[in-house]
Every structure is written in structure tokens, then in C-alpha cells.
Ligand binder design. Structure first.
Ligand code: AP5
Length: 214
């Protein structure tokens, strides 16, 4: 968990490489649906481009399907879900029914000013999803993916400064209470990691945090 731009996607990709889990990002799943041109994708895009959360009913159904169909033998790393208390309750119910535990919750913190700079400078590869930054995580050749034969990097539609502010408000109002929800339950370890350092420093702290979850 963590605010938009805290580094969830960047770090989740590194962590699954190290630990071998499957990375399930709700944002990536929704963007893939949008790219398919379906009616559902168009509906999702309306919420996302306004910086609002997608309604819980749609999210829970899509994520339940993704979780059920993922090859989860080595575990799942959920990124961006759950993002509201009703979503967390739905996940608890799904895991209880499947007899699977939630090992822990990792929260990446980040200052608001850093978030705006990170998000407005973000670029990603439309083919492999690798995430770059025009200043902080540059590709080898400007504007081109390192891993995909020079595919041109793209900017996300919701990465404009005014939309970022909306996304931050949604995070504080609707997603921070999820951290309290898990803390209050007391059965799940909640670990906070400072995401303000350089990417490699943050990765080192996260590797330790995730290893500690068992
Ligand atoms: P989603 O795709 O989940 O976006 P987000 O949570 O807003 O997070 P981001 O993807 O923007 O940031 P990140 O933390 O992954 O940062 P990143 O690693 O890319 O959701 C998008 C939308 O979908 C939502 O607004 C909502 O509408 C909808 N949605 C999704 N899930 C939902 C749910 N469960 N319920 C309802 N609606 C939902 O890094 C950002 C940039 O910073 C990159 O350029 C990166 O290179 C750079 N960077 C990373 N780490 C560092 C560092 N340490 N130092 C410097 N730069 C860094």
C-alpha cells in the first residue's frame, strides 16, 4: 500500500523478481481492460481519468477473478488493492473461503511534494509495463524502453498534476483507513517503509520488510 507515486509498482516488480510471487496490480488490470476497448474499460477510464476510485462492486469482482485465476503457488503481491475498507473486508472473506492467509501489509510512505514530481515525470513501456522517470529512473535511450527493442515510452492519462491532487485526496480519505483497519484487527503484521530515498535504498528496506513477514 501507499499513496500514488510512492513507488508501489516499481518496487513490487523488483520484489517479485526476488521472492518469486505473482504481482497483481489493480491499476494495471484496469488499464489493460481500458486498452481492450470494452464497455467496462470505458467505464473504468471515466473514474481513473478524474482521479477517483473505481466503485467497490466493480473492483471486488475484477480482483476476485484475478486472484482466483493467478498462479499463486509462491504467493501473490497485491498492489493497489484493497484500497477501501469494504474492499479489505471482501478480500478477507475471499481468503478465508480459500483457506489462504494474508501474510502482511507493507505501506510505502512518501512526501506529497515528491509524489507530484515523481508522477508528472513518470513514463512507462506500453509493451512490458516497465516504469521509468524522466529524471530519477532514466532509460538508457531517452524515451525508449530498455527491454523492448526501443518501444516508445508513454505517459499515463491520469498523470497530470490536477488529477494527481485528486488521487492524493482519495488516498487520504478512503485508503489510509484501510491501514487502521488492519492495525486494529491485530492479526496481520503492518510494516511501514520510508519511500523517500533513492529507489535502490527503498528496495533494500523492502526486501528486509517482506522477508520478515514469513
Ligand atoms: P494505480 O495504477 O494503482 O495508481 P496509484 O496507486 O495512484 O499508484 P501509481 O501507479 O501512480 O504509483 P506507484 O506507487 O505504483 O509508483 P511508481 O512505482 O509508478 O491506480 C490508478 C487508478 O486506478 C486509481 O486512481 C483509481 O482510479 C483506479 N484504481 C486502482 N486500484 C483501485 C482500487 N483498488 N479501488 C478503486 N480504484 C482503483 O513510481 C512513480 C514514479 O516515481 C515513476 O516514474 C518511478 O520511476 C519513480 N520512482 C519510484 N520510486 C522512486 C524513488 N525512490 N525515487 C525517485 N523516483 C522514484
Amino acid at each position: 500500500m501507499g499513496p500514488p507515486g510512492a513507488g508501489k509498482g516499481t518496487q513490487a516488480k523488483r520484489l517479485v523478481e526476488k521472492f518469486g510471487m505473482v504481482h497483481l496490480s489493480s491499476g494495471d488490470i484496469f488499464r489493460a481492460e481500458k486498452a481492450s476497448g470494452s464497455d467496462l474499460g470505458r467505464k473504468l477510464a471515466e473514474y481513473m481519468s478524474a482521479g477517483e476510485l473505481v466503485p467497490d462492486g466493480i473492483v471486488v469482482e475484477m480482483m476476485a477473478k484475478a486472484i482466483t485465476t493467478a498462479d499463486s503457488q509462491a504467493g501473490l503481491m497485491l498492489d493497489g488493492f484493497p484500497r477501501t475498507v469494504p474492499q479489505a473486508e471482501a478480500l478477507d472473506a475471499q481468503l478465508a473461503e480459500a483457506g489462504k492467509p494474508l501474510n502482511g501489509v507493507v505501506v510505502i510512505t512518501c512526501d506529497d511534494q515528491a509524489i507530484v514530481a515523481r508522477i508528472t515525470g513518470r513514463r512507462s513501456c506500453p509493451r512490458c509495463g516497465k516504469v521509468y522517470h524522466v529524471e530519477f529512473l532514466k532509460p538508457q535511450v531517452e524515451g525508449r524502453c530498455d527491454d523492448c527493442d526501443g518501444v516508445e515510452l508513454a505517459q499515463r492519462a491520469d498523470d497530470k498534476e490536477e488529477v494527481v491532487r485528486e488521487r492524493l485526496s482519495a488516498y487520504y480519505a478512503q485508503t489510509e483507513p484501510v491501514i487502521t483497519y488492519y492495525r486494529d484487527r491485530g492479526e496481520v503484521k503492518v510494516v511501514e517503509v520510508d519511500g523517500n530515498g533513492a529507489p535502490d535504498q527503498v528496495t533494500a528496506k523492502l526486501v528486509q520488510a517482506v522477508a520478515g513477514l514469513g
